[in-house]
Design a protein around this ligand. Structure first.
Ligand code: T5A
Length: 219
């Protein structure tokens, strides 16, 4: 089977990281039983490369004296992505690997487009440049009420620079994910992320089982 890029998306605290790790364990178990893919990589944006880790600190720690301007923020996320695509995503896919990635281009459209209000067509051009046209094969959108997600994130510890934005911002982000899922129903699949970790993982395993079946027939 050819390499596949599977992305986990959603608002703050939607459970992406938790579900990505559970999915990795489940897929590794499958991998032992069938040789349908060669390797598995787990990664994230921002922060999937050495440069990306430095950009992540700048973007999320909120330690700069002067605020990051919206267009600058967009370009920093794009810079992180461009490096990530070339250094991690393309080589892993070329080797036939499966990549589980915490956030990708839909986050930029949702956060910088719907959230910050930057031009969607400008963002699409910048995403195109940063990804060199590489799209996800499947995006799992973990759909949870914004207030529940923020409460989960808060219960875990102190809020980062993005999490500190007001509720209306996060609601616009949620609206962005909803619009994207409606526009790209084949690529983006909604997961009801309001249940327990086990319930959410059950839905994800059902979606992945179906997609892997389709992908193995294609090859
Ligand atoms: N960003 C990113 C942009 O603005 N533009 C971009 O282009 C990109 C790529 C990234 C930030 O950058 C922004 C978006 C983000 O603001 P991040 O650290 O990756 O920063 O932030 P998040 O992606 O939001 O990560 P979080 O860790 O906050 O949320 P997750 O990964 O969705 O949630 P998770 O799994 O860590 O769970 C959060 C808490 O909830 C619990 C967990 O145990 C944990 O304590 N939990 C549940 N509780 C109850 N029920 C469940 N089903 C639960 N699942 C998890």
């Amino acid at each position: 089977m050819q390499g596949k890029l599977i992305v986990f998306e959603g608002v703050e605290g939607s459970g992406k990281t938790t579900q990505m790790l559970l999915s990795r364990d489940w897929l590794l178990e499958r991998m032992e039983k069938s040789a349908s893919f060669s390797e598995m990589a787990i990664t994230r944006e921002p922060g999937g490369t050495e440069l990306g880790k430095a950009l992540r600190r700048l973007l999320l720690e909120g330690t700069l004296t002067h605020p990051i301007q919206d267009r600058t923020e967009l370009l920093l996320y794009a810079a992180d992505r461009s490096q990530h695509v070339e250094e991690v995503l393309k080589p892993t896919l070329a080797a036939g690997g499966i990549i589980l990635c915490d956030r990708y281009t839909d986050s930029t459209i949702a956060y910088q487009g719907y959230g910050r209000g930057l031009s969607l067509s400008l963002i699409e051009k910048i995403c195109q440049m940063a990804t060199d046209g590489l799209e996800s094969d499947l995006t799992l959108w973990l759909d949870v009420d914004v207030e529940i997600g923020l409460a989960r994130a808060k219960a875990r510890g102190s809020a980062d620079r993005m999490e500190q934005a007001d509720l209306a911002f996060h609601q616009r982000v949620q609206q962005g994910f909803r619009a994207l899922a409606a526009a790209y129903p084949q690529r983006i699949v909604r997961v009801d992320a309001s249940g327990t970790e086990v319930e959410v993982q059950g839905q994800i395993q059902a979606i992945l089982t179906q997609r892997f079946r389709e992908w193995s027939v294609e090859n």
